[in-house]
Design a protein around this ligand. Structure first.
Ligand code: NAP
Length: 290
């Protein structure tokens, strides 16, 4: 069994980006700039945004965080997005999700200029992705593709079973893994909360991608010998032995699955750091006007 080391891979990519930025700035070019909008005080969201800001600093990007109270109106938020859309110094803009209930997430995503939508959530970019056209790929699926590529995992003709059908992970991944490309060319099955007997599917899978948010859901007896297992899940589970008061758990029961898998991602240190570095890759692309 080989660990798909997202932490090491992401550090390597960050060094590559940092070098490119250094050369660009030395040649008189503009430093890439990522703007983030954070609404409210959700602990996990604050951690994610903090990690993104730290990654920007590591690769030499400028970053700006716009914080707003949970009570901000949808109109005010859209006005702020339009202002950032018009700011030529900003290359990429992300709005940390989820948003408070009174705000329509679709309206917010639609307000982002697609050429600055480095999360790849705008319908224009989602459309391009499904057609296999160059665009900003959503960070988590993009990070997973890059990790599979890094380890030379064969995907052509393989059966990829994805558990979860969210717009940010499961569905874009299903699309990308079925494209005529590498990584891709898979036969894809998407499972979700209405799927009956999920283990019937996972037992047939060459590649399992678990993205449902249920700690330890995928057990060893659901996985066939030699499968590649990617664990997207991150759930905070209360743990008084930790300084933070919680630990992170994935959707895969690592202990029972690792002995059967050929490759497996750990949690933490697998998909999480690949997601953040993919956002950096997208921001660099945005800055280069690609
Ligand atoms: P989400 O929007 O809550 O979607 C979860 C999906 O899983 C839904 O499609 C749901 O089905 C399905 N599901 C839930 N319980 C299920 C069950 N018992 N059996 C089968 N399917 C089930 O979640 P998400 O945003 O995609 O995130 C999924 C997990 O990945 C979470 O733990 C999240 O924290 C984590 N995540 C990690 C990263 C990272 O960088 N590592 C990035 C994004 C998300 P229905 O559609 O039928 O409700």
């Amino acid at each position: 069994m080989v660990i798909l080391d997202g932490k090491a891979t992401s550090e390597k990519i960050k060094l590559e980006i940092a070098q490119l930025v250094k050369e660009k700035v030395a040649a008189g070019g503009k430093r890439p700039h990522l703007a983030a909008i954070l609404v409210g005080n959700d602990g996990a969201s604050q951690t994610y945004v903090g990690n993104k800001e730290r990654a920007c600093a590591q690769v030499g990007f400028n970053s700006t965080l716009h914080r707003f109270p949970a009570e901000i109106s949808q109109e005010e938020l859209i006005k702020k997005i339009q202002e950032i859309n018009g700011n030529d110094d900003v290359d990429g803009l992300i709005v940390q999700l989820p948003l408070p209930e009174h705000i329509d997430e679709d309206a917010i995503i639609n307000a982002i200029d697609p050429s600055k939508d480095v999360d790849g959530f705008h319908p224009v970019n989602v459309g391009k992705m499904t057609l296999g056209l160059p665009t900003f790929l959503p960070a988590t699926p993009y990070g997973i593709l890059r990790l599979l590529d890094e380890y030379g995992i064969e995907t052509s003709g393989k059966h990829c079973v994805i558990i979860g059908r969210s717009n940010i992970v499961g569905r874009p991944l299903a699309n990308l893994m079925s494209l005529k490309d590498y990584p891709g060319d898979c036969t894809v099955t998407i499972c979700h909360s209405r799927t009956k007997n999920i283990d019937n599917y996972t037992k047939q899978a060459d590649i399992i991608i678990a993205a449902l948010g249920s700690p330890g859901f995928v057990k060893g007896d659901m996985v066939r010998e030699g499968a590649v297992v990617v664990d997207v899940g991150i759930t905070r589970v209360a743990d008084t032995s930790k300084k933070s008061g919680y630990r992170l758990e994935g959707d895969v029961d690592f202990e029972s699955v690792a002995s059967k898998a050929s490759y497996i991602t750990p949690v933490p240190g697998g998909v999480g750091p690949m997601t953040i570095v993919s956002l950096m890759v997208n921001t660099l692309k945005a800055a280069e006007g690609k």
